[in-house]
Write a protein that binds this ligand. Structure first.
Ligand code: ADP
Ligand code: ZN
Length: 615
């Protein structure tokens, strides 16, 4: 479009220029004028060789071939005199010849058209060149990947969710005919090295579609406006090649909260780039089969605008693998290396808690290098040991290694949440419990969203608070200790309790009233004092405290009763690192059988348990 307007602009300029040139040319060739008297004098002096009449105008040609014009008031009377002087006389019609007329129109038009054609074709060539240039510079050319799901291990749930996406990329028509709206954006959240990029590539590989990728951090150091235009370039390229996948790594670099710091020009740039991204994501036609995958390890700082429906409304958590996952990943990476007979991958998997996929990949590679240096034909167990120590040193520096005591505390803490979730009514279904260390930022992302648009029952909220407190309660009941691990749990519990009392009218003393307390940042807090009295504030505090206290007692009570189940669950967690809801149920069955020696049916229906992975 811009190129077209530019061409038009040049065209108009050339037209004007051509007009001016023609005008000057005509003026240049205008003959000098002489007076009629001078003409008569020249005639008398035999200086006139020929004349041409054109109406009353006379063109006089002198002996040197020069032409002059003059005007005669009475041409016919002049003729005898001219003939007498042997002057060649020619008459011309008053109208300029039609050929000249035509040429006068055609030539400028031809000129303009040629100029336009020339310029336009140059412009097109330039555009093409620019595009090629850009592709080279920014690598927006798609890549085809040969990576498939076979290469990604230890993330079974993520894979399961993504199978649908692959089918959609392969047969978009099938879905559009049914009127299905396909997710546009999927956000992978998880710590570095857990295989987010790998998974994105595997989707492209499985579906056999082009893979466009870019990283959010590419924009951080750029001038204002460059990032935005690159986003547009990327989408323009991608649209030429649908169906396809666009992968944006480190999306938090552009999509980070405006408040997340940085210089103001950096903010501008980020804001513009983010806006461009949002505009592009909203601007697809429905027949454009483009799936945008993004990865981040800071979902907590993402601008909420990115997570709105129609954008990255699907989020997939990718956590570091548990024992089983690590074994699978080790198998994938040792497919192409010769393993010695003494190598027991399962053992290695057990001995590498907290390792990510990337770390396991480099474990296998390091081991191969170590074996190679000592000229071995196969990688042996000792090579893995040395390699592990090396990688552990790196991880230790990052502060990701946890000691046995801490693991035990974590196991009881998490088991405490899970046991309560197993017995309390009105809760969310349990997904998975795990004691695999996670990045700090991951902790509270998919937490129960306490937003007004949902409605929760009093019973649900009480259960929720009790489950949250269950971590600390379990530590006390089973280990007789208190640790800092419960801080986030307490914060959430207090938040829910406060809202129950102040906003949702769920407290018998306060009654069905809503006080705008603890709402929205510093302004809200300042205003809070004006909304209710000091006395009310004290009452609210005491009611919140009472609510929490009751829930805590309830938690301790259940955990004391179910101490065998709690211990068994914690032990299994220490062994397996993560348990899903079926496994929890099996452990429960086993402990009750052990205790009573028969099948007992106590407690609510088995699958009504809850525990968010993150508490
Ligand atoms: P992220 O994008 O989450 O930071 P990557 O996808 O870049 O992590 O992972 C880096 C490398 O680690 C991959 O190329 C792969 O070799 C290995 N890797 C990571 N996760 C897995 C996994 N789940 N299965 C197999 N290999 C993995
Ligand atoms: Zn907890």
């Amino acid at each position: 479009m811009v190129a077209f307007i530019r061409a038009l602009y040049i065209l108009v300029l050339v037209g004007i220029l051509a007009g001016i040139v023609v005008l000057f040319w005509k003026m240049e060739h205008k003959r000098p004028t002489v007076s009629f008297n001078e003409f008569l004098v020249s005639l008398e002096n035999n200086e006139v060789a020929a004349v041409r009449f054109k109406g009353g105008n006379i063109v006089m040609v002198d002996n040197f071939g020069r032409e002059f014009t003059t005007y005669s008031p009475d041409v016919p009377s002049l003729v005898p005199r001219l003939l007498e002087k042997n002057v060649v006389v020619r008459g011309e019609s008053e109208q300029p010849s039609p050929v000249w007329n035509l040429l006068g129109v055609v030539i400028p038009v031809l000129l303009v058209m040629t100029a336009w054609y020339f310029l336009a074709s140059r412009q097109i060539r330039k555009d093409e060149a620019e595009e090629v240039d850009k592709e080279k510079k920014f690598r927006f050319a798609p890549s085809t990947t040969t990576i498939t799901f076979r290469d990604v291990a230890g993330v079974p749930e993520a894979k399961e969710e993504l199978i649908e996406i692959i089918d959609f990329l392969q047969k978009p028509k099938k879905y559009s005919k049914l009127g299905a709206i396909i997710p546009r954006g999927i956000l992978f959240q998880g710590p570095p090295g857990t295989g987010k990029t790998l998974l994105a590539k595997a989707i492209a590989g499985e579906a056999g579609v082009p893979f466009y990728s870019m990283s959010g951090s590419d924009f951080v150091e750029m001038f204002v406006g460059v990032g935005a235009s690159r986003v547009r370039d990327l989408f323009r390229e991608a649209k030429k090649n649908t169906p396809c996948i666009i992968f944006i790594d480190e999306i938090d670099a552009v999509g980070g909260h405006r408040a997340a710091g940085g210089s103001s020009s950096g903010q501008d740039e980020r804001g513009q780039t983010l806006n461009a991204l949002l505009v592009e994501m909203d601007g697809f036609a429905s027949d454009e089969t483009i799936i945008i995958l993004a990865a981040t390890n800071r979902p907590d700082i993402l601008d909420p605008a990115l997570l709105r429906p129609g954008r990255f409304d699907r989020q997939i958590n990718i956590l570091p693998p548990d024992v089983k996952g690590r074994l699978e990943i080790l198998k994938v990476h040792s497919r192409r290396v010769p393993l010695g007979k003494d190598v027991d991958l399962e053992n290695i998997a057990r001995g590498t808690p907290g390792f990510t996929g990337a770390e396991l990949a480099s474990l296998v590679n390091e081991a191969a290098i170590i074996a190679g240096r000592t000229n071995k034909k196969n990688i042996e167990s000792t090579d893995f040991e040395i390699a592990k120590d090396r990688i552990l040193m790196g991880i230790e520096r990052k502060g990701m290694v946890i000691n046995e005591k801490d693991r035990r505390t974590m196991a009881y803490h998490e088991a405490g949440h899970a046991v309560l979730a197993r017995f309390l009514p009105e809760t969310d279904p349990l997904h998975k419990i795990s004691i695999i260390p996670r990045g700090r930022a991951l902790g509270h992302t998919q937490q129960l969203p306490m937003q007004d648009r949902h409605s929760y029952s009093r019973e649900y909220l009480l259960s929720r608070i009790t489950i949250l407190l269950g971590g600390r309660a379990a530590e006390e009941v089973a280990l007789a200790q208190q640790t800092t691990g419960a801080e986030d749990d307490f914060q959430q519990a207090v938040q829910i309790a406060t809202r129950m009392v102040c906003r949702w009218g769920m407290d018998s003393e306060i009654g069905p009233l809503s006080y705008a307390r603890e709402e929205g940042g510093f302004l809200g807090e300042q205003m809070a004092g004006g909304v209710y009295s000091e006395e009310t504030a004290r009452l609210i505090d005491s009611r919140v405290k009472k609510l929490i206290g009751e829930c805590y007692d309830h938690a301790r009570e259940i955990l004391t009763r179910e101490i065998d189940f709690l211990r068994e669950l914690a032990d299994m967690l220490l062994l397996n690192e993560s348990l899903d809801k079926e496994e929890v149920e099996i452990i429960y069955e086993c402990t009750t059988r052990k205790r009573t020696g028969r099948q007992e049916d106590g407690g609510p229906v088995p699958n009504r348990k809850a525990l968010e992975n993150t508490i």
